[in-house]
Write a protein that binds this ligand. Structure first.
Ligand code: RB5
Length: 142
């Protein structure tokens, strides 16, 4: 399952990406927030991390204004590899080399069309394994 979460600053981009996913018939679950009323990004980052960690096949998309706060939050969870991507190449490499399981986007900085392309690449790209596997296994410290 694909889970989406954002704070108020990421809400408009989350809504835009939901339309793209719906058009492409990609199933997702929206964990909020549900408006531009001010909320705290850690609440949504932690909720997203917990959902993604329920199943090894799960993926997530986390959005705040810059993508920074929510990625810091997500990456506090062992097993979460949240990648803040600003380009299609970032998205591709985050999957191929880092086996990223959460895509993080900057809602106040990224053009919606580019964000959709980044998400498309993220979802379409597989982890390469091989030499990258042992490196990814060294990320978590506990
Ligand atoms: C909210 O104003 C903003 O601080 C938040 O969305 C995020 O950018 C924090 O990292």
């Amino acid at each position: 399952m694909l889970f989406l979460a954002s704070d108020h600053a990421g809400f408009p981009l989350k809504e835009s990406l939901k339309k793209v996913l719906t058009e492409r018939e990609i199933t997702f679950e929206d964990l909020g927030t549900n408006s531009e009323e001010s909320v705290d990004y850690p609440d949504f980052g932690h909720a997203l991390a917990e959902k993604v960690l329920e199943n090894a096949d799960n993926k997530g998309v986390g959005i705040c204004g810059t993508g920074l706060g929510i990625s810091m939050t997500l990456n506090r969870h062992a097993g979460i590899r949240a990648a803040r991507c600003v380009s299609i190449e970032d998205a591709e490499l985050s999957r191929q080399h880092n086996n990223a399981n959460v895509l993080v986007l900057a809602g106040r900085q990224l053009d919606a069309k580019l964000a959709a392309e980044i998400l498309t690449k993220f979802l379409a790209t597989e982890f390469e394994g091989g030499r990258h596997k042992k490196r990814v296994e060294k990320i978590d410290i506990a």
